[in-house]
Design a protein around this ligand. Structure first.
Ligand code: S3P
Length: 169
């Protein structure tokens, strides 16, 4: 069976929706960031701090390749997975790419108060979110399906994805 690969900006709900989807469909959830943290025995923040973003991106690519080799998974990715085409190419070989979308305002609300996102540890997170979204929007839009998440609960979002999944799997 193919994988369901959740992409999207930070705070679009990939991990929460992934957990619900996996339970509903009886599939295993794999979170790429969590796998990287476990393999390195370090948080994402500490990996950024100690080795820098480029080293994190290399670990992300390596993990994307590793999980793509398996099937029947719900794969939750980090928001920057789309930055390297090779990541999406390998995840797509055996997976449906589902991108969760949200406005910068919603993303700000959902990420406010969280401390585990090194890229948002800046004076003006709202500006940063808008800037990164602008840089990445074409990459997110290249998904097989895009799901708007503004004003929807994770359960409703998971239902929308499940309905689509059942028509294509
Ligand atoms: C990142 C998103 C984070 C994490 C890292 C970088 C990004 O994951 O991979 O901090 O570049 O957008 P979440 O999208 O799960 O927050």
């Amino acid at each position: 069976m193919k994988n369901i690969v959740l992409t999207g900006f930070m705070g679009t709900g990939k991990t929460t929706v992934g957990r619900i989807l996996a339970k509903e469909l009886g599939m295993k959830l794999v979170d790429i960031d969590e796998e990287i943290e476990t393999e390195n025995a370090l948080s994402i923040c500490d990996i950024f701090k100690e080795y820098g973003e480029l080293a994190f991106r290399d670990k992300e690519t390596e993990m994307a390749k590793k999980v793509s080799a398996k099937g029947g998974l719900v794969i939750s990715t980090g928001g920057g997975i789309v930055l390297r085409e090779e990541n999406i190419a390998c995840l797509r070989q055996n997976g449906l790419i589902v991108c969760l979308m949200a406005t910068p305002e919603t993303i700000l609300q959902r990420t406010k108060g969280t401390t585990d996102r090194p890229l948002l540890k800046v004076e003006n997170p709202y500006e940063r979110i808008k800037e990164l979204l602008a840089q990445r929007s074409a990459c997110y839009r290249s998904a097989d399906i895009a799901v708007e998440t503004d004003g929807k609960s994770p359960v409703v979002i998971a239902q929308e994805i499940t309905e689509y999944w059942k028509t294509v799997c």
